[in-house]
Design a protein around this ligand. Structure first.
Ligand code: ASN
Ligand code: ZN
Length: 321
């Protein structure tokens, strides 16, 4: 009823106020959050000082730099999936400005979320190309921001691999949404087109077939497992956060392809509900996530429904049933 709605709106505004005040931006109380993104792309000019020189603000025409324009478009596609797919207003759900710096460092072979903004290297041209070429990589980095503002999954061990997997799942969904692809038509690759001429492989990771993205003298073989039988125990990579993420990644792939249609609609909704529902602890392990995702599927789509059954089948297949 109306009174309840008012209470909920008050609670929402209180949350928004505290989050934004933390970051030093006080919104006008009661102002509805706009549906439009607020993007800014900076050029780090091959240095490592951030953010660098502002080169494209929201609403401005494309520049002469394709890297800048790809970053701008990727931020837009990410904003759009979270808003239209899940009703989320930016990274913090309060319209947080989206900042990205491109041309970071010299021959820099990575991209990252630094806690406040996205950062993209140009690659060295041999092993990696420009990190803005894959829209799912842009979505991956932005999703680290969403995770930070929601479950805040600790970046080591299984919680860290879940953090990485959230970024791969929503990164892939952003690509699929921008291409209007079904789960069947999607490539389920992260970083397709990103590997340079010296590397034999197709991408950084494969959600469809973890462990098969590359096999190369320089990089070695893609180390990702698809199931718990092949779980990698290691102290490297924060306890294998980019390695064991293959397991929840593959569970998502199995769910989405079993359900068919657009993966962001039902499979993505279940993952989004799990990530943002408030029950997922920052030190959650794979079993915790699996259990909470099943609860989320039942809550949204019903006990024993197609979504619930497909999800149980997916977790069983990767050894987390
Ligand atoms: N590109 C990597 C990532 O977003 C950077 C890192 O290792 N944190 O996961
Ligand atoms: Zn990541």
């Amino acid at each position: 009823d109306a009174a309840q709605r008012t209470l909920e709106q008050d609670a929402l505004l209180r949350t928004r106020r505290s989050v934004t005040t933390l970051r030093g931006i006080a919104p006008a109380v009661g102002t509805p959050v706009s549906d439009a993104p607020r993007r800014t792309v900076y050029d780090a000019q091959h240095r490592t000082r951030l953010p660098g020189k502002k080169v494209r603000a929201e609403g401005a025409e494309p520049t002469g730099d394709a890297t800048v324009n790809r970053a701008y478009a990727g931020l837009g596609a990410t904003y759009e999936l979270f808003l239209k797919g899940f009703g989320r207003h930016s990274i913090d759900d309060s319209g947080l400005a989206l900042d990205a710096s491109v041309h970071y460092g010299q021959d820099y072979n990575n991209a990252f979320w630094d806690g406040q903004q996205m950062v993209f290297g140009d690659g060295d041209g041999d092993i990696f190309l420009d990190f803005t070429v894959s829209i799912d990589v842009i979505g991956h980095e932005l999703t680290h921001g969403v995770t930070q503002y929601t479950a805040n999954l600790e970046y080591h061990g299984q919680s860290g691999a879940l953090n990485e997997s959230m970024s791969d799942v929503f990164g892939s969904l952003i690509k699929q949404y921008s291409l209007d692809q079904t789960a069947q038509d999607a490539d389920w690759l992260i970083g397709a087109g990103l590997l340079g001429p010296d590397v034999s492989g197709v991408a950084l990771r494969s959600m469809k077939a973890p462990g098969t993205a590359y096999d190369d003298d320089e990089l070695g073989k893609d180390p990702q497992p698809a199931t718990m039988d092949d779980y990698v125990k290691t102290s490297q990579d924060n306890g294998g956060v980019h390695i064991n993420s293959g397991i929840p990644n593959h569970a998502f792939y199995l769910l989405a392809t079993e359900l068919g249609g657009k993966a962001w609609e039902r499979a993505g909704r279940i993952w989004y509900d799990t990530l943002t529902g408030g029950e997922l602890a920052s030190d959650a392990d794979f079993k915790d996530f699996a259990r909470l995702s099943v609860a989320a599927a039942v809550a949204r789509y019903g006990d024993g429904g197609a979504e619930h059954q497909a999800l149980q089948k997916a977790w069983s297949a990767v050894g987390l049933g």
